[in-house]
Structure formats: C-alpha cells, structure tokens
Design a protein around this ligand. Structure first.
Ligand code: IMP
Ligand code: MG
Length: 191
C-alpha cells in the first residue's frame, strides 16, 4: 500500500500541469439546473437520454440522476475522423443504439461541441429514424472553432474559450477522463 504522502505525489487530481476551469461543485450545480429544465419540459413524454461514448459518460450519468421523470437511456459510440487535430466530419458508428427511437423524444448527450462536424453528422443519422423529437445537450460549447454554425445546442453546461480541456469524461489521448473537475492542460508536451 502506498503511503498518503506517496499517493499525493502521484495524484492525478492535484497534477500541477492542470489548471482547474470548473470545479466538481460548479459542474454539479450547473448539471442540476439542466436537470430541472429538462424535467419541466419532458413531462408525460417518452424521453430517451442518448450518451455518446466515451466522452459524455460522466455527464450522462450525472444528468440522468437529476432528471426527475421516468426516462430510459441508450448509448452510441462514434469515431470522428481527424485530419491532424481537426475533425473532418466523417463519422463511423462503432456502436449503434440498442433500441429503436421511433416516436420517442431523444436528447443526445455530448461532452463538448467543437467544430460541430461530428454532431451534425450524428444528428443526420438519427434524424432519419422517426423520433418524435431530437434535441442536443452538451456539457461544453467551444464556439470559436465551430464550422457548423447552424448546429443548435438546446442545453449547454458552459461556454468555454478555444482551449483544450480534460476531465469529467473528456480526454487527451485517452487520459484524464476520471478527473472530477474540468481542467486545461498547461503544457501539452508534459501531458
Ligand atoms: P467536433 O466534431 O470538432 O465538434 O468534435 C467534437 C469531439 O472532439 C468531442 O466529442 C471530443 O471528443 C473532441 N474534443 C473537442 N475539443 C476537445 C477538448 O477540448 N478536449 C477533449 N476533447 C475534445
Ligand atoms: Mg466525444
């Protein structure tokens, strides 16, 4: 067993290369507000909360628990092809929904909308399946690099500057998803 001191030295949560942008408490408070809003708007509607793996897993798990309605959940996994670090808009479905969405009210839950190319394509795919309605919830909105300006985010957690963020489900090369807060990597070469 590592001692407490040893553990602190290796703590990911106090990693000096991370600058906290939103604390766990700030995120929880904002997610609760979104839950209240959604709960009021979907009374008597058959709502399915679709999480887009893996980035939205933490937000999805927290959001469903502040929606005080009889909802169901489902998941999709998509890979968005990148040209360097830029999204190209080509989306491959790695895991499709488990159940049909015909006549259901859908909220697609995302971690972050950047260029908007991935979600625009995903909404096109889901749009052909006869859902009663499809809306979009994104924890973070990074409007500056947006290419798909027409993409409407119905429920936004926070609008952020054009910086690369990690934590609360968001990763850099697969790492940092487990951070309870959202942070900016100060020196990406040390990430
Ligand atoms: P888009 O097609 O450019 O909107 O790509 C959105 C996807 O890129 C998100 O679902 C994330 O997986 C990833 N992404 C964009 N910005 C960030 C960031 O700042 N941190 C981590 N992942 C990001
Ligand atoms: Mg993602």
């Amino acid at each position: 067993m590592a001692s407490v001191t040893q553990q602190m030295e290796h703590s990911e949560f106090t990693n000096p290369n991370l600058e906290v942008l939103f604390s766990a408490d700030q995120i929880a408070a904002r997610v609760a507000e979104l839950g209240t809003e959604i709960s009021a708007q979907y009374v008597d509607k058959d709502l399915v909360l679709v999480g887009v793996l893996k980035g939205s897993s933490v937000f999805h798990a927290d959001l469903m628990r502040v929606i005080d309605l009889p909802i169901t959940i489902d998941f999709m996994a998509v890979s968005s092809y990148k040209d360097g670090t830029k999204s190209t808009g080509d989306v491959e479905i790695l895991k499709d929904l488990s159940n049909p969405i015909r006549d259901k009210h859908v909220i697609v839950v995302e971690d972050i909308v950047d260029t908007g190319l991935t979600l625009t394509r995903l909404l096109e795919i889901l749009g052909s399946r006869g859902a009663a309605s499809i809306r979009l919830a994104s924890l973070l909105d990074k409007p500056e690099p947006r290419i798909k300006k027409e993409l409407k985010i119905d429920y936004t957690g926070f609008v952020i500057p054009n910086k690369f963020v990690v934590g609360y489900g968001l990763d850099a090369a697969g790492r940092y998803r487990n951070l309870p807060f959202i942070g900016v990597v100060k020196d990406p070469s040390k990430a």
